[in-house]
Each structure stands twice: as structure tokens, then as C-alpha cells.
Ligand binder design. Structure first.
Ligand code: TMO
Length: 313
């Protein structure tokens, strides 16, 4: 409809040619279950609203979202973390309908992590082999004589137990129900400095609260999740850590650039740093703002960062 009006206008007089206007249809932004993604989605959504565009937020599964973007059911994804979502993103790219809108400045890591007091009990850390030698320190009634590893919610990482098996780890992988359960686990262990190993990531607010380190697993090599020959165990998949310097990408439905050209231009220019993303998480997880308020606050404090992204829009 907007195309037609442009073509009609062009036929009448070039001077009257309207700029390609973004559609009035809502830009649909998916929301997941960790704070920085929710705040960042609201930040970009509020920028779009400032531009006069319509925005709708939908809560979706963080793996299935790549299929939703590909089909145009949601318009974009602001936090494609390589460790957790690289495989789903690559699979969607192969099928078509989704585009890589480039990288944030941020460098990411998502993996097994321990608060520093754990190292006092298991001094060979951060090596995964040393962790394995200490497995009994992490045993709980729930895991018997095996160590307990508290992984993230099931939608983040799909192959924790397979990795444990591929590397012969004496650990049982338990999935947390929420990000909050991970923070509660660390906080509870802190009082008596109980050794724990949990899923964590960077950038995140947690690094400003608890000193800690990632476990060093065999280095991630592309294909580790597809080809058993890749990684130290020649007969198993998932025998590598997640990327230690992973990307954080933006993705969009491949119809977005045509339907909302200004919004797409902004999305191309959007790029958050590690510090900015950690701050977004902090506004919710420590300062306890609602995500919408956190986004308002962030926009207010960072005009010099985001105003240039508007470009000519
Ligand atoms: C997807 N996450 C950033 C929570 O690892």
C-alpha cells in the first residue's frame, strides 16, 4: 500500500515523492527470561516509539524465537548470544527468512562458572579436569556421589548433560527454573563459602557482585556440536566449552528492511558494549526497577549513545 502510493506520487511529480515511510503495523519485539535482553528490548522499543512507530512485545522461548523471526511472526531479536543460541540461529539462517544485522560491540561468554571461594576448596581450577577431580566437593543429596552443576533454564542451553557425558564429567546437570534461581544459589552458598558451580555469563550484573571465573573446558571449535571428530572425544558431540569470546548479534526478519526501513536502519546502527549491557541487567537485578522503567532510565542517562543511532530517521 505504501509502495503503491510512492509509485503514484512518482508518476505525478518527483518533487512530491514521499520518503519511504515505515509501516504503521507494530514492530514485534520478543522478550525472554534474562534481564539485559528484556531491558535492551524495551530500550530499542522505546526508541522506535519515539520515532512514531508502533511496537508490541511478546514473551517467547529463546530458542524457538529464531524460527519466529524467520517466519516474520516477530520482527527482530536484539540478543543473539553465540554460546546459547548460535546453533538455532545458524539453523534458521540456513532455512532462510532471517538476516544477520551485525554484531554488538560486546564480547560474550556463557559457561560453567564458580564464585572465587570455590577455588580455595579446589585449587586446580579453572581447568575442567581439576574440577572433575574435585567432583565430590559438589555432591548433594540430589546428585548422590556426583557433583551438582546448576545449569540455566532449559531453553538456554540444550546440551549440558551431553557435554558432561562426552567429557566423562562426574557431574549431574540440573536445570534452574529461572535466572533468579541461579543468583539465589550463589547468594546462599556465599555465607559459608560452599563450593558451587553454576551457569553464568558475561556481560551481566553478577560480575560486579561476585568475583568468580569460568571453568576452562576444551576450547570451542566450530563444528563441535555437529561433528564428533571435532573436540577431544572423537566419538562425541558437545565435548567443547562454549566460545570464550563469543559474539552478540542482532537478527531480523528479512522483510523488515522493506516494511520498516527507518527502524531497520536504527537496528543496523544499534551496538551495545559489555558495560552498557551489564548496567541494563543491574537496573533490574540489583536496583529492582521494572524493565520498562529501567529502559527509560537507561535512555535518559545515555542520550549521547543512542541519539546518533537515529541517523536521518
Ligand atoms: C542467554 N544467556 C545470556 C542467559 O546466557
Amino acid at each position: 500500500m505504501k509502495r503503491t502510493s510512492v509509485l503514484l506520487a512518482a508518476g505525478l511529480a518527483f518533487a512530491a515523492l514521499p520518503v519511504f515511510a515505515d509501516s504503521d503495523d507494530p514492530i514485534i519485539i520478543p522478550i525472554h527470561n534474562w534481564s539485559s535482553q528484556i531491558v535492551m528490548s524495551n530500550v530499542v522499543g522505546q526508541i522506535y516509539e519515539e520515532m512514531g512507530l508502533n511496537v508490541e512485545y511478546v514473551t517467547t522461548d529463546s530458542q524457538a524465537v529464531y524460527e519466529s523471526v524467520r517466519l516474520g511472526d516477530v520482527t527482530l531479536e536484539l540478543e543473539v548470544w553465540e554460546g546459547a543460541f548460535g546453533a538455532s540461529f545458524r539453523a534458521a539462517l540456513e532455512k532462510g527468512g532471517i538476516v544477520d544485522v551485525g554484531d554488538h560491540d560486546a564480547v560474550t561468554r556463557e559457561d560453567w562458572w564458580y564464585p572465587m571461594w570455590t577455588k580455595d576448596a579446589c585449587p586446580g581450577l579453572p581447568s575442567w579436569e581439576a574440577l572433575n577431580d574435585c567432583a565430590e566437593l559438589f555432591a548433594t543429596p540430589e546428585t548422590g556421589d556426583k557433583g551438582r552443576y546448576l545449569d540455566g533454564p532449559v531453553d538456554w542451553l540444550k546440551h549440558g548433560q551431553e557435554r558432561a557425558e562426552a567429557l566423562g564429567l562426574n557431574f549431574t546437570v540440573i536445570n534452574a527454573g529461572s535466572a533468579a534461581a541461579l543468583w539465589a544459589e550463589i547468594a546462599a552458598a556465599e555465607a559459608d563459602k560452599k563450593p558451587i558451580v553454576v551457569f553464568n555469563w558475561t556481560p551481566n550484573f553478577a560480575e560486579a557482585v561476585w568475583e568468580g571465573e569460568f571453568v576452562e573446558f576444551p576450547v570451542w571449535v566450530d563444528g563441535c556440536d555437529k561433528d564428533p571428530a571435532v573436540g577431544p572425544n572423537p566419538t562425541a558431540l558437545y565435548d567443547c566449552g562454549n566460545p570464550a569470546d563469543g559474539y552478540l548479534k542482532k537478527a531480523a526478519w528479512d522483510g523488515m528492511a522493506e516494511k520498516w526501513p527507518d527502524a531497520y536502519g536504527v537496528l543496523e546502527r544499534v551496538s551495545f558494549t559489555n558495560a552498557q549491557i551489564a548496567e541494563m541487567a543491574k537496573l533490574v537485578d540489583i536496583d529492582e526497577l521494572e524493565p520498562e522503567e529501567a529502559a527509560e532510565q537507561w535512555l535518559e542517562d545515555n542520550e549521547d549513545v543512542w541519539k546518533p543511532w537515529l541517523g536521518g530517521a
